[in-house]
Ligand binder design. Structure first.
Ligand SMILES: Nc1ncnc2c1ncn2[C@@H]1O[C@H](COP(=O)(O)OP(=O)(O)O)[C@@H](O)[C@H]1O
Ligand SMILES: [Mg+2]
Length: 344
């Protein structure tokens, strides 16, 4: 092949992977653009790791084409691909120092000592660990070990940096801290990065673009804002926390986030501020105090049946059994499209 297209960095076309009991990645087309921070998001088992391992070269696709920098890489082994990888487990060499771990890949690539030491120092500075170069992994916290793993990947100046749930082993506070650091490191290095995560908040916070997987296929892709504010299908909406999916007369199937649904006591005067809101009537089920607001569940009459809606209380809190008025602001109502059929 003489094709030398430089963009995109990774191009998957019709990629399928089957372990013998049906495809777990299915006929997938995906480009990873140069310099972007892409998040592969989806529930456990949707094929994220399988996809990442094919890009890294640990797994061959059953069918389809995989190009890296325009060159067919489907049969190129891991060591011949210029890929940096960080896993959930830090996987550091315990007998080596931090600097030794970070420099190991450069030694393998026969990078001379002077350049190696300089690049290791730079990579450790980048992740804020310049002062710990001589420690061993066992002397570091989990967060520090994961920073070493990141430095070890970044130091290779990989064509693409692949991160498989790198923050999942860390406690909540550290996870947020390291997440922000990941975003900074990506910005400063400009490395093309693919982050695999099942955590929507993580994906929203760091990614330029989100690809949401469902059953080995792309359910939706777009900027964090596009995906979060305009989920196309029921699956995407529910995955992103749209607790209310309902058939609205005249609008078809729609989704709305609970924080946008306002539950009023029926006796409260109607607000004139949002005349385009859909207004439903029903009965209060329960309320839960959440500090700055209360969540409420109400049973409303809809299309000849009854539907449970989740919202927040507005004004005096209705008691269970009280009649309520439930307002759905028009701007927060997202029309849904039918899910693509699942052939499995
Ligand atoms: N080596 C393997 N052999 C057989 N099945 C596998 C293998 N690796 C993954 N799978 C299956 O493929 C599906 C997708 O797995 P995976 O890519 O790890 O999902 P995710 O990373 O999104 O949680 C799962 O059903 C998993 O059991
Ligand atoms: Mg996984």
């Amino acid at each position: 092949m003489t094709t030398t297209t430089v963009d995109p960095v990774v191009a998957l076309s019709g990629v399928t992977r089957d372990f013998g009991s049906g495809p777990v990645v299915r006929d997938l087309d995906l480009d990873v653009r140069r310099g972007e921070f892409l998040a592969l998001l989806g529930p456990s088992g949707c094929g994220k790791t399988t996809l990442l391992r094919m890009i890294a070269g640990y797994l061959e696709p059953t069918a389809g084409e995989l190009r890296i920098n325009g060159v067919d890489a489907s049969r190129t082994p891991v060591r011949r691909r210029n890929i940096g990888m960080v896993f959930q487990s830090y996987a550091l060499f315990p007998h080596m120092t931090v600097a030794g771990n970070v420099g190991f890949g450069l030694t393998m690539r026969k990078v001379g000592r002077g350049e190696r030491e300089r690049r290791v120092r730079e990579a450790l500075e980048l992740v804020g660990l310049g002062h710990l170069a001589d420690r061993r992994p066992a002397q570091l916290s989990g967060g520090q070990q994961q920073r070493v793993a990141l430095a070890r990947a970044v130091v290779l100046r990989p064509d693409v940096l692949l991160l498989d749930e790198p923050l999942s082993n860390l406690d909540a506070q550290l996870r947020v801290q390291l997440r922000d650091e990941l975003a900074r490191v990506q910005r400063e290095t400009g490395l093309t990065t693919v982050l695999v995560t099942h955590d929507q908040e993580e994906a929203l916070a760091v990614a330029d673009r989100i690809v949401l997987l469902h059953g080995g296929r792309i359910a939706q892709e777009g900027t964090p804002r596009e995906v979060f504010e305009r989920p196309r299908t029921r699956f995407v909406a529910e995955f992103l926390g749209y607790r209310n999916v309902l058939e609205l007369p005249g609008r078809g199937e729609v989704a709305i986030r609970p924080e946008h649904v306002r539950v009023h006591a029926a006796t409260c005067p109607e607000s004139a501020s949002d005349t385009s809101a859909e207004v439903l009537t029903g009965t209060m089920r329960s309320a839960t105090y959440r500090g700055t607001f209360s969540t409420a569940t109400a049973l409303v009459a809809l299309g000849g049946g009854q539907v449970e809606l989740h919202g927040v209380t507005a004004g005096p809190e209705p008691a269970p059994g009280d009649p309520v008025r439930v307002e759905l602001p028009a701007a927060a109502i997202v029309p849904l499209h039918p899910d693509q059929e699942d052939p499995r």
